[in-house]
Design a protein around this ligand. Structure first.
Ligand code: 2NL
Length: 338
């Protein structure tokens, strides 16, 4: 009986505790045997012994109950641990897409001009011949207007001829019609020409054009703006050079080259410039007064410059890409490199 607390404590499971319980309180236990022999006792001893016996037995029951609740907690925790089921599943991996290199290049260029205070303008890809050609000083006989060069959607009288724009200047022409000067805008967008696909031609491609119209704009503003652009896009050491050119909508007109960012001025066999030291970047010029007047501006009060570049070309130069086809083949091995 005196060792009852130790016996209860040493039970390690509920089953063992039940065994201990019958050893301490069952028929063959000391308590059981004393209870059974009570009849043989003297009458005056019976209440005393009975009371002691009840005290002892209820003390033992308290110990057993306390131990039982301890063991039940331990056993429940063990069961929970052992029978735990991992209901989580490895998640499906959904590959994240990314912007196309052409779009990223457009964003980079546009950001540079936003930094100079330019606004971004966009407009329709199908437009009237007027905005694509006439408003831009391109006469009806100009070869670029031939059906072999331009995709027409609707023939008819010249005033309502509809085409897929060959340049984004349609948007500048429309902008000038509906906004007062000054104008500082960049116009990114998709353009169309009737070309057969090869490494340097796509019938659907992109352009980013810029237009600045204000009082006192001169050629040095054009060169300074484009030098800044070249240094932001290709690196701070870049230099630019202008070569005379012709566009119907600008006079004078030029092509702008940027010094090769990959080699130190024309290394033999340079992967980027082929040893020439310069990369052809874009076309530009001073807006022809006729274009300003056609838009309803006064070419005696205002002047401006404009430029146009191809983001595909820029991306090819920057990343050493050898064919325009890569941009439209949707080969993930190409696309995910950028
Ligand atoms: C090129 C050349 C150029 C323009 C685009 C322009 C627009 C207006 C007025 C005058 Cl509204 N000019 N745009 C001017 C010069 C060149 O693009 O080779 N682009 C890829």
């Amino acid at each position: 009986m005196a060792d009852a607390p130790a016996a209860v404590d040493s039970a390690a499971t509920v089953a063992e505790l039940e065994k201990t319980e019958s050893e301490l309180l069952g028929k063959d236990s000391t308590v059981g045997r004393v209870r059974r022999s009570m009849g043989n006792l003297d009458d005056e001893l019976k209440p005393k012994v009975g009371s002691k016996l009840n005290q002892a037995s209820s003390r033992i029951q308290e110990l057993l109950a306390a131990r039982r609740s301890e063991l039940e907690v331990v056993e429940e925790e063990r069961r929970l641990r052992e029978e735990a089921i991992d209901v989580t599943l490895a998640a499906l991996e959904i590959p994240a897409g990314s912007l196309h290199l052409v779009q990223r290049t457009i964003d980079d260029v546009v950001d540079i001009f936003i930094g100079l205070g330019y606004q971004v303008a966009t407009g329709p890809e199908a437009d009237l011949s007027y905005y694509n050609f006439d408003a831009l000083n391109t006469p009806p006989t100009h070869p670029s207007r031939w059906e072999s060069d331009t995709m027409y959607l609707d023939w008819g009288a010249p005033e309502d001829e509809v085409l897929l724009r060959t340049q984004t200047s349609t948007v500048q022409a429309r902008w000038m019609e509906s906004h007062d000067p000054p104008v500082y805008i960049v116009v990114p967008g998709r353009t169309y020409r009737r070309d057969t696909i090869d490494a340097t031609h796509l019938p659907v491609f992109h352009q980013i054009e810029g237009l600045a119209v204000d009082e006192h704009i001169q050629f040095s503003d054009l060169k300074g703006t484009l030098l800044h652009f070249a240094r932001e896009f290709f690196g701070a050491d870049s230099e630019v050079r202008l070569r005379p050119h012709f566009f119907p909508f600008t006079e004078p007109s030029a092509e702008l080259d940027v010094s090769c960012f990959a080699c130190d001025g024309g290394e033999q066999g340079c992967r980027v410039c082929g040893g020439k030291g310069w990369l052809e970047l874009l076309g530009c010029g001073m807006v022809d007064p006729y274009v300003l007047d056609a838009a309803g501006y006064d070419s005696k009060e205002l002047s401006g410059f404009a430029f146009g570049m191809g983001p595909e070309r820029l991306a090819m130069a920057r990343h050493g890409i050898d064919s325009l086809r890569h941009f439209i083949e949707n080969d993930i091995r190409f696309l995910e490199q950028f």
